[in-house]
Design a binder for this molecule. Structure first.
Ligand SMILES: [Fe+2]
Ligand SMILES: [Fe+2]
Length: 195
């Protein structure tokens, strides 16, 4: 099933994102599709969410904030760091501009930066694809996460690696950490603790 008119969306992204962000969006769409195939999920749906996940990324922060305050109900954690504003707004644009009604696509876009507890495999695929697409992400970072992905390991080992990297980098840059980020990290870690 086609969720979008691909060429129309690609043209829109080309106009509304900078060159690097556009390249990254194509990378995430391709990687999301590969991961969906690997984990037996809907590949077209993953491609769509990957392509659209950063559609609001190049809007100025004040505009993002206005859209959030006027049109959306957001959680406190979504207001802590301006870098995450584009996620709920991206889901909003996906719905209003591109007519996406699939709740899982919208949720994967909304939570692709912060993540949330008990993500579905589909949401995890988009979250991880955002971190490991090879067009713009550093190889060194990809090498830490990608080897953890296998049918045997599932998606959580790679997801845990993503959260480790995120927490370290937030600390290094003196940025606030949402309590939900710590909760997700603890929850993932718990799965690998030896009893
Ligand atoms: Fe993003
Ligand atoms: Fe992204």
């Amino acid at each position: 099933m086609d969720y979008i008119n691909k060429s129309e969306v690609i043209e829109w992204l080309k106009k509304n994102l900078n060159k690097e962000r556009f390249e990254h969006s194509i990378g995430v769409s391709e990687t999301a599709k590969e991961l969906a195939e690997m984990f037996n999920l809907d590949t077209e749906k993953a491609y769509t969410a990957g392509l659209l996940h950063d559609c609001a990324k190049c809007l100025p922060n004040d505009e993002l904030l206005t859209i959030m305050k006027t049109n959306l109900e957001v959680e406190d954690c979504e207001l802590i760091n301006p870098k995450t504003f584009h996620s709920p707004v991206g889901a909003y644009l996906a719905k209003t501009i591109f007519g996406i009604t699939d709740e899982e696509i919208l949720s994967a876009i909304r939570w692709h930066t912060l993540g949330k507890l008990n993500m579905t495999d589909f949401e995890k695929v988009i979250f991880i694809a955002d971190k490991i697409e090879p067009r713009t992400r550093p190889q060194e970072y990809i090498d830490k996460i990608k080897p953890k992905l296998s049918l045997k390991n599932g998606l959580d080992m790679a997801l845990l690696e993503c959260f480790k990297g995120t927490i370290k980098s937030l600390v290094d840059r003196n940025l606030k950490i949402c309590t939900s980020t710590i909760d997700i990290y603890n929850d993932l870690l718990k799965k690998y603790e030896k009893n």
